[in-house]
Design a protein around this ligand. Structure first.
Ligand code: PLP
Length: 390
């Protein structure tokens, strides 16, 4: 099986998995930190990389992305996300993170404001700030997974230009409903805002839940929605730094391309990474479905285990492979608790600290599930020992 304990290439992870993961931690620590699978990528991706590399030609690619890559992305958005999309709308970028920054720099001038969820991945704030903007926070209750939409109108000011939407939501794991998306989208229409719509997690949604893409809700919303996608979460290609942005029109596409500086060659997606990502989209959906089935079992195991620990509350997420347990009742700040889990328990998690997810994350820990059952079980055993002793 792809996702057994034996399928975790631990010696390679210890050499190659950075960003808070195995290669950055002492060898006796279990890493449940950055959201990145512990498994080797699907075979067709490895083959595509090997075949392309064997040809030995690595010339410049087109600034917009390889035609094969753009077509594969447009097909996925059309067929799997329900938003009719042409290859000409797809801009290849060197990671979803870079795509988010390009969208923020497209939409914001220094001094402008953006509304983003709290908690949410730090890349929203980082992108807005890279564009010289500032964020205003739309609260999401981490324990119910629902947005405080009643607060939305009080957050708009004459400087507001952008609304950030993360769906499904990292770190809370909720999948936004069509009604929530409509409320967000209609708000953007009413206030003439662009929408930075991050759907990188949208392939990781658990049955019977379904995913609704924001641009499918109405044509008025679609016209101001700029969607960012990547290959790190579903296909394990984080180190290849590859993603794409879907522009709603030719004019937005041209402006995004310009802002990305890809035509100058100062940035741009590696051709080899685009080849790998194209193989993922064209040949690896059965692998991705098996991965999601494995993750569903991981989620159920972890939720049950954590609910058995006094002082810990956790919602079962409808999407993503992160859990965001509420440990506030233990009375220890999340950063200190994560430190104790590391030093006493030899298990690494991401604390619900403002620097990672915003001020609304306090009192929570973020745990990833994208490992084997054996490693997750051992990680949870270690967490339980420390948390019971707090
Ligand atoms: C919501 C969200 N957006 C973007 C990213 C960045 O993805 P990439 O590795 O493609 O830059 C992440 C990764 O953690 C994420 O969770």
């Amino acid at each position: 099986m792809h996702f057994d304990d034996d399928a975790v290439p631990m010696s390679l992870l210890r050499q190659r998995a950075f960003n808070l993961r195995w290669a950055t931690l002492p060898p006796d620590v279990i890493a449940l930190t950055a959201a990145d699978p512990d498994f080797a990528v699907a075979e067709p991706i490895r083959r595509a990389i090997a075949e392309y590399a064997t040809g030995g030609v690595f010339s410049y690619g087109p600034a917009e992305g390889l035609p094969t890559f753009r077509s594969a992305c447009a097909r996925v958005i059309t067929e799997r996300k329900g938003v009719a999309t042409e290859p000409a709308q797809i801009l290849a970028v060197d990671s979803a993170a870079a795509g988010m920054m390009h969208v923020a720099r497209f939409a914001l001038k220094p001094g402008d404001e953006a509304i983003v969820f709290d908690p949410v991945d730090f890349l929203f704030k980082a992108s807005v700030e890279a564009a010289g903007g500032t964020v205003r926070l739309l609260p999401m209750d981490p324990d119910s997974g629902r947005l405080d939409l009643a607060r939305l109108s009080s957050l708009a000011t004459p400087r507001t230009r952008l609304l950030g939407v993360c769906n499904p939501v990292n770190p809370v794991g909720s999948v936004l409903t069509r009604d929530e998306l409509r409320a967000l989208g209609d708000f953007a229409v009413a206030h003439d805002l662009w929408i930075l719509n991050d759907e990188i997690w949208s392939d990781i949604v658990y049955a019977p839940g379904t995913f609704t893409s924001l641009a499918s809700v109405s044509s008025a919303i679609a016209a101001r929605t700029i969607t960012v996608h990547g290959f790190s979460k579903t296909f394990g290609l984080a180190g290849l730094r590859i993603g794409y942005v879907v522009a709603p029109s030719d004019t937005v596409f041209a402006a995004l391309l310009e802002v990305s500086r890809a035509p100058t060659t100062m940035t741009g997606a590696s051709t080899l990474s685009q080849v790998a990502a194209t193989a993922a989209y064209e040949q690896c959906w059965p692998w991705a479905e098996a991965f999601v089935a494995h993750l569903a079992a991981q989620r159920d195991l972890a939720v049950e285990r954590l609910r058995g620990i006094p002082g810990v509350r956790v919602r079962s997420p409808e999407g993503t492979y992160v859990l965001f347990p509420d440990v506030g009742a233990l009375g220890v700040p999340a950063t200190e608790l994560a430190e104790r889990l590391l030093t006493e328990g030899r298990v690494a998690v991401v604390p619900g600290a403002a620097r990672w997810f915003g001020p609304g994350a306090e009192g929570h820990l973020r745990i990833v599930l994208s490992t084997s059952r054996g490693l997750l079980t051992e990680g949870l055993d270690r967490m339980e020992r420390v948390l019971r002793a707090v």
